[in-house]
Design a protein. Structure first.
Length: 214
């Protein structure tokens, strides 16, 4: 098989994978954590063994969907952080971007962060912590890098940036999860309250010389 044939086959496989993930998205939007491999296969117009051939099991499908949605969310968070505004406005915009994303697609959020709620017969061993924790770690590391690149935190800046990155992501996740379930206040009120909590040391930190600023 020559290079051109291999490239065409890879493109075809990538296109088919995207189509299957789009079908899975439609089912998740409808069913949330109860989304099953059977329903996803039916939506895609294929048999479940073919779905398993592409993703292995529900965990493999979950990981592919998680990457798809996490990539999109991180792009949105970076855009909010890099917007032409003062630091407080960008902090609030970043918090609001995360909360708006989970509010807009709550079924997707619940599937990604609470999949065990919808465990079906045959899904034994699908551990929510095993699959959702890496998403939060990835977001924490990404935010830590942004903080380190933009803020002058003095000695031990790399470690402090990682503490802040993971701490902020943990706060957003826990507060957002609670807020999405109970809706005790408006999104704007929650954003302001969380920004107030974060603001002390963030306000005092200087921008890195020659960096993009924060």
């Amino acid at each position: 098989m020559d290079t051109t044939q291999r490239t065409d086959q890879q493109r075809s496989a990538d296109r088919r994978r995207r189509e299957l993930l789009e079908a899975a998205d439609r089912v998740v939007l409808r069913d949330g954590p109860q989304a099953s491999m059977n329903a996803i296969a039916a939506e895609a117009g294929i048999t479940k063994p073919i779905l398993y051939r592409h993703f292995g099991d529900k965990g493999g499908l979950y990981a592919a969907l998680a990457k798809r949605h996490t990539d999109a969310l991180l792009d949105s968070l970076r855009a909010a952080l890099d917007a032409p505004a003062d630091r407080r406005e960008r902090v609030e915009a970043t918090l609001d971007t995360y909360l708006a994303a989970i509010e807009a697609r709550p079924q997707v959020y619940r599937f990604l962060m609470h999949p065990a709620e919808g465990s079906q017969v045959g899904d034994q061993g699908f551990d929510v912590g095993k699959h959702s924790a890496p998403l939060l770690r990835r977001m924490g590391e990404e935010l830590a890098q942004v903080i380190e690149d933009r803020l002058d935190l003095g000695p031990g800046s790399q470690q402090l940036a990682r503490v802040w990155g993971h701490g902020i992501v943990g706060m957003m996740h826990a507060a957002g999860d609670w807020w999405l379930g109970e809706r005790p206040c408006s999104r704007a009120e929650l954003v302001r309250s969380l920004a107030d909590l974060l603001w002390g040391r963030l306000a005092a930190a200087g921008d890195k010389v020659g960096g993009p600023g924060f």
